[in-house]
Design a protein around this ligand. Structure first.
Ligand code: PXP
Length: 241
């Protein structure tokens, strides 16, 4: 069964709305772990709009599972990752004007920089995952730069209009197969909800799912424990035998 990593960025979004101390994303992460999440994901953005540096430092001290740090492939972020040593770094594209991460990372177009940062992170014992679209050239480039994993961007699938969902799903299936053939671990995330998760759970070779907005939104109504447990139950239910 694929593992669930809960992204707690939007607990921090609520905190930053008032620039105060509550709710605390680290506290939320610990509750998510108690509910069965096998990893915690945070995105430390260059503009620090939600997660703050202190959240990463505290999470590294407190988390009992795995910490997956999503970050841009910049020198500043490289230094922060090397100083904090999360279990996994997921490199993502970042654009200050975007509401959330929009497209996948262009590994083909930034081969040198991504190889440099991947090499440095791996030398420090950090697993490196690249958040990419299900495109053969990007998968081959991910292998070339030395990544351990790819995270397939499921945003296009999640946003697909009725009638186009199957085509997006088949792109993801192809991407998962190509990545596995290349020797890369396969993860997926972005835009996944309680309503669209079922076919994604059945993607071939899937190891980890990173899910944030939908779980945090539901937790506002039912609590983090129940929201996480419900998502894990769906993953379990839809994992092929
Ligand atoms: N994976 C990556 C690489 C992301 O950037 C994000 C958003 O921070 C997610 C997964 C989670 O997306 P969502 O909040 O839509 O579940």
């Amino acid at each position: 069964m694929p593992q669930l990593h809960v992204n707690v960025d939007h607990i921090a979004t609520i905190r930053q709305a008032r620039m105060t101390t509550e709710p605390d994303p680290v506290y939320a992460a610990l509750v998510a772990e108690q509910a069965g999440s096998t990893g915690i994901t945070i995105h430390l953005r260059e503009d620090r709009r939600h997660i703050q540096d202190r959240d990463l430092v505290l999470l590294m001290q407190m988390a009992q599972t795995k910490v997956n740090l999503e970050m841009a492939a910049t020198k500043e972020m490289q230094e922060i990752a090397l100083a904090n040593k999360p279990d996994i770094v997921t490199l993502v594209p970042e654009n200050r004007a975007e509401v959330t991460t929009e497209g996948g990372l262009d590994v083909v177009g930034n081969l040198g920089r991504i190889k440099e940062i991947t090499t440095a992170l791996k030398a420090a014992g950090i697993r490196v995952s690249l958040f990419i679209d299900p495109v053969k050239e990007q998968i081959a480039a991910s292998k070339e730069v030395g990544a351990d994993d790819i995270e397939l961007h499921t945003g296009e699938y999640a946003n697909a209009e009725h009638g186009k969902v199957e085509a997006e799903l088949s792109r993801l299936i192809d991407g998962a197969n190509w990545a596995h053939e290349a020797g890369l671990n396969v993860n997926a995330g972005h835009g996944l909800t309680y309503f669209n998760i079922a076919p994604i759970v059945a993607l071939p070779h899937l190891k980890e799912l990173n899910i944030g907005h939908s779980i945090i939104s539901r937790s506002v109504l039912v609590g983090i424990t129940q929201a996480v447990r419900e998502m894990i139950a769906l993953i379990e239910k839809h994992t092929p035998a």
